[in-house]
Design a protein around this ligand. Structure first.
Ligand SMILES: Nc1ncnc2c1ncn2[C@@H]1O[C@H](COP(=O)(O)OS(=O)(=O)O)[C@@H](OP(=O)(O)O)[C@H]1O
Length: 490
């Protein structure tokens, strides 16, 4: 006997597939069709190869159950991998500290622990020597690391990292902020948000930088504060390209990070308030059951929880400046425009691979992009495949957005060339060694009822290690203070 619930599930799943088909079918135009065919053929070839190289490449489409399975294998193989998986719990219980991870990692780095960029060191030890970056300039001091992708290129420090929600964006933000810190870059920070500097969803206009932001580190004629020519934007802010182009320095690269829509949505549900609200209403149900309940009448619950409703449907597209829920044409246009704006769209599920592409784009080195994961929940909500499909359907625009940029990500991997796999391996080894050197232990922190991991810097470690390991808010405060101190006393 087929129950009405089963019928409903089957129909949801069919609708998701039909919608996806309709989206891609209707996207048949010269601009999208040709790359799609090329990318698809490449993916077929790549996928065949991936079967033989599963450890490095879990597959081009993270959303499919088969690939998710492969991903789990990958995560188990990599003891310090930070994607959503049971290995997170393992991290805490097996090791209770990241130092045990170090025993599994080859120590590749030399004992010269203070060797960040030699040029950087000069600039950071002398706090008065502020890099003057005018519009059009970039960070022009190449580093000497052998891991640099191309030793002839110039490191780039003018970057908008559009921080999406619940996509591993805090991990990447810490990487960007650390680079900004050691290179004395001017960051976009909300003047009155000493907590984390996020601009969030306050609508941007051409006066925003003067009215709302901290000044840049550059002073005009030695005294007047400057609110143009920022080097980096790394916080939560909604994309508004014309306004951003106006307050950022020249030659700014635009990057962002996306995550498979059901994982992203569940993470947001768990952390950004809705989950707590729903759990109070249904205290005896499991997280998955509460999500099921939400999806029965999503718009009613969303309205009741109006304060943060932007987070609960297609939040990735929202962060990227679009409100699209049902309109297929709207999704198509959004994807097309975003593809033009972003120089690189990273993929959360392939974080290590993403760092290698980022390193190439910005001409940075392994040390610049090394990381420990932030905001990792210890007990992620487990959901069935059927529920995952429902969530993907509820967030169809985000689902399609992710699928599109996941494809373009693997296209970029192909364009990178045959050294990609080797470079990823090298980066992983470097990152493991850096963790071993810089992190002493991990502790569990409870925020809003959820347990996260936080890393503790190794004792008496150098400034690089501290900024590598410490709580991202501490690194933020180091950066914020520099620009805040320029403001005249009230
Ligand atoms: N390196 C890496 N790779 C893959 N996934 C990672 C990584 N670092 C963090 N995470 C996961 O990202 C989730 C937190 O995302 P954000 O930092 O963007 O959240 S926030 O919007 O800033 O609050 C959070 O997801 P959940 O654990 O599912 O909640 C983190 O576990």
């Amino acid at each position: 006997m087929v129950t009405s619930e089963e019928r409903q599930k089957a129909s949801n799943s069919q609708r998701l597939e039909a919608c996806k088909k309709s989206f891609w079918n209707r996207s048949v135009n010269v601009r999208l069709f040709f790359p799609t065919v090329v990318v698809t053929s490449v993916l077929v070839v790549l996928y065949t190869q991936l079967i033989h190289h599963q450890r490095l490449f879990p597959g081009p489409i993270a959303a499919s159950p088969a690939v998710l399975k492969q991903e789990k294998v990958l995560l188990r193989d990599n003891p310090v991998s930070s994607s959503r998986s049971t290995s997170k719990v393992g991290q805490l219980t097996n090791a209770s500290s990241a130092s045990s991870l170090s025993q599994q990692s080859p120590i590749l780095e030399s004992s010269n622990t203070s060797a960040f960029h030699s040029s950087t060191k000069r600039r950071t030890t002398d706090k008065t020597t502020v890099t003057t970056l005018t519009k059009g300039n970039d960070v022009t001091t190449p580093t000497q690391s052998s891991s640099r992708f191309n030793t002839s290129c110039q490191p780039k420090g003018n970057v908008v990292f559009l921080k999406t929600h619940k996509t591993a964006s805090t991990t990447l933000q810490a990487v960007m902020n650390r680079y900004g810190f050691f290179n004395n870059l001017s960051m976009v920070f909300m003047r009155n948000n000493k907590f984390n500097g996020h601009v969030r969803y306050s609508g941007l206009n051409f006066n925003s930088s003067r009215k709302l932001f901290l000044p840049t580190l550059r002073k005009i004629n030695g005294s007047t504060l400057s609110f143009k020519g920022y080097n980096m934007s790394t916080g939560h802010i909604r994309l508004n390209k014309p306004v951003m182009d106006d307050f950022m320095a020249g030659n700014t690269k635009y990057i962002t990070i996306l995550r498979e829509s059901s994982h992203q949505w569940v993470s947001a549900f768990q952390h950004l308030g809705l989950g707590n609200y729903m759990r109070k209403k249904f205290p005896n149900r499991s997280d998955a059951q509460v999500i099921e309940e939400f999806l029965e009448q999503p718009e009613i619950y969303r309205k009741k929880y109006a304060g943060v409703k932007a987070f609960f449907r297609n939040n990735q597209l929202y962060d990227l400046g679009y409100v699209v829920h049902e309109d297929i044409e709207g999704i198509r246009n959004a994807v097309k425009e975003l593809d033009k704006i972003f120089d690189l769209v990273l993929i959360s599920e392939y974080f290590d691979e993403s760092m290698v592409l980022l390193k190439k784009l910005l001409c940075w080195d392994n040390k610049d992009v090394s990381f420990v994961s932030k905001n990792q929940v210890v007990h992620p909500i487990q959901i069935s495949d059927t529920l995952r499909k429902k969530i993907q359907y509820y967030n169809l625009p985000d689902t399609l957005l992710y699928e599109y940029f996941n494809r373009s990500f693997w296209q970029k991997v192909k364009e990178y060339g045959p050294n990609f796999a080797k470079d990823v391996e090298e980066f992983r080894a470097f990152n493991n060694a850096t963790r071993a050197r810089c992190v002493s232990s991990a502790k569990a922190i409870t925020t809003n009822g959820h347990v996260h991991l936080e890393y503790i810097p190794a004792k008496e470690s150098d400034l690089f290690c501290q900024t590598f390991s410490e709580d991202h808010n501490k690194l933020f405060r180091r950066l914020f203070k520099r620009q805040y101190d320029l403001l005249p006393p009230k």
